[in-house]
Design a binder for this molecule. Structure first.
Ligand SMILES: [Fe+2]
Length: 230
């Protein structure tokens, strides 16, 4: 075979290989991109003075980021690296040999959901449609508010208070540490972080003051309604 023909054939093969290269990468290599910390939906000082920029800076920039960093290290090179965050949470919940993965994955998800559950100038009452569901399932907004605040303040130690949909009805639940109601078949609509790192710099031991301030001034009812309708 003439040298020129070899060269031409090699050029064609190289071109074909180059074009096909992304498809030839193993699935793991494509899927194993680290799970990324989502951006905050507002500036770090946007929730001030209810939640200070200092608290948000540590809470988002250190704690939330660390959950993603730890999770990515734990799943690197394992089949879990092919899964999405919710899939990892569901597949590791209750698995005694995957506790660290579950805790970091759930905390990564919970915090993203928490930031979205709030907005500057939020709080007050939900719109009509969600308000009617709350009236129907709790007997009124005040009863709902009392139940959610009660769950948030009475959670012993670290954890979360949630508004969820369970069996088609709105319900308030609380979870300890990293646990998430989705692992029990419930659909989260709203959460309040009651780990001390969420409020201690601003409220010290006064968790109830933090919870009431979030409910009165920060809850993002538009996000809750959109999540409920999704
Ligand atoms: Fe937190």
């Amino acid at each position: 075979m003439p040298a020129s023909a070899l060269t031409r054939r090699h050029v064609l093969l190289a071109a074909a290989g180059a074009a096909a290269a992304p498809l030839l990468l193993p699935k793991r290599a494509l899927a194993a991109a680290p799970l990324a910390l989502p951006p905050l939906p507002y500036a770090e000082n946007a929730l001030d003075p209810v939640i200070s920029a200092t608290t948000v800076s540590f809470h988002y920039g250190k704690h939330h980021r660390a959950y993603f960093d730890n999770l990515n290290k734990l799943i690197a090179g394992t089949p879990l690296a092919d899964q999405g965050l919710e899939q990892i949470i569901r597949s590791t919940a209750g698995a005694s040999d995957k506790t660290a993965v579950f805790n970091n994955a759930a905390q990564a998800w919970n915090h993203s959901f928490y930031w979205n559950s709030m907005r500057p100038g939020g709080g007050g009452k939900p719109g009509r449609e969600l308000g009617e569901r709350i009236d129907k399932d709790f007997g009124g907004f005040d009863a709902f508010r009392k139940e959610l605040a009660g769950a948030a303040t009475s959670q012993f130690g670290s954890g979360w208070a949630w508004l969820v949909v369970a069996d088609g009805k709105l319900k308030v639940v609380k979870t300890g540490n990293a646990d998430n109601p989705m692992t029990q078949g419930m659909k989260p609509l709203l959460t309040i972080d009651v780990w001390e790192h969420a409020y201690y710099l601003d409220y010290q031991n006064r968790r109830a003051d933090y919870v009431n301030a979030v409910l009165d001034k920060l809850v993002n009812w538009d996000f809750v309604a959109q999540t409920a309708a999704a």
